[in-house]
Design a protein. Structure first.
Length: 255
């Protein structure tokens, strides 16, 4: 059985002090829900302090990206070795990085390999634009992104990878894909994984939905058979909302 995983992507929100205060308040709220894997992804600058607050809890920490080199002349970047010990997860291929920071299928693949090589678990985000969606290209495009991200990754590594389907048109827009549509695309992603690695591996990989997930629509996603959790932006920035999401995931999916 796949353990549900809910990750909060804080994007460029919260100062260091706000981040620390937030997780101090959040941690006891999330403590009871051990049937759900709970992860927060603060900004780089808050990562060490947040990791310190959460060190004796079951709440995991994720980075929002990384560079694939271990060190070097890459102004502004953070390497996998710098994340080890602070984060267990790392989001790779978020559509905002693809849109604004020159993230490509090729850099996603390099980052996935670098993360795995350093024991970090990638949360690989894929998803189509509104134009692609309206042109009926979603499945082909998303499947291509999955194949490109996983190029050269072996089956045994898949236990350390989480996939996230995030239609770009649903991120931060308040528009969300219906549970049924999200489940259909996610089942296609699983079919792509089955094609690459066989059915057993595909059935064991957790695939999240992301895009305007909030307490009011969470149950719709979590009641779908192929959706194993959520990658959450806006609603992860409030203690009550994020706690509610975890509570709903535990009720719908928890063992
Ligand atoms: P949102 O963001 O929940 O604010 O739509 C999701 C994401 O970008 O991961």
């Amino acid at each position: 059985m796949r353990k549900p995983i809910i990750a909060g992507n804080w994007k460029m929100f919260k100062t260091l002090d706000e981040s620390v205060a937030f997780v101090k308040e959040l941690a006891p709220q999330l403590a009871p829900f051990s049937s759900v894997e709970r992860v927060v992804c603060p900004t780089y600058i808050a990562l060490a302090a947040v990791a310190d607050v959460l060190k004796d809890t079951e709440i995991g920490v994720g980075a929002q990206s990384l560079h694939w080199e271990e060190q070097g002349a890459y102004t502004s970047q953070i390497s996998p070795t710098m994340l080890v010990g602070l984060a267990q997860y790392v989001i790779i291929g978020h559509s905002e990085c693809r849109a604004y920071l020159n993230e490509t299928d090729e850099t996603v693949n390099k980052k996935v390999k670098a993360a795995l090589a350093h024991g970090l678990k990638p949360i690989i985000a894929v998803g189509e634009s509104l134009a692609q969606n309206e042109a009926g290209e979603t499945e082909t495009f998303v499947s291509g992104q999955v194949r490109a991200a996983l190029d050269g990754i072996d089956a045994t590594s898949m236990e350390n990878i989480v996939m996230a389907y995030e239609p770009i048109w649903a991120i931060g827009t308040g528009k969300n894909a219906s549970g049924e549509i999200a489940n259909t695309i996610i089942s296609k992603i699983r079919a792509t994984l089955a094609d690459l690695y066989g059915k057993d591996v595909a059935d064991s990989v957790r695939i999240q939905y992301g895009g305007s997930v909030k307490p009011g629509n969470m149950a719709e996603y979590m009641s779908q058979p192929d959706i194993d959790g959520a990658l959450v932006g806006g609603a992860s920035l409030k203690v009550d909302d994020f706690t509610k999401l975890i509570e709903i995931a535990a009720a719908e999916k928890g063992a």
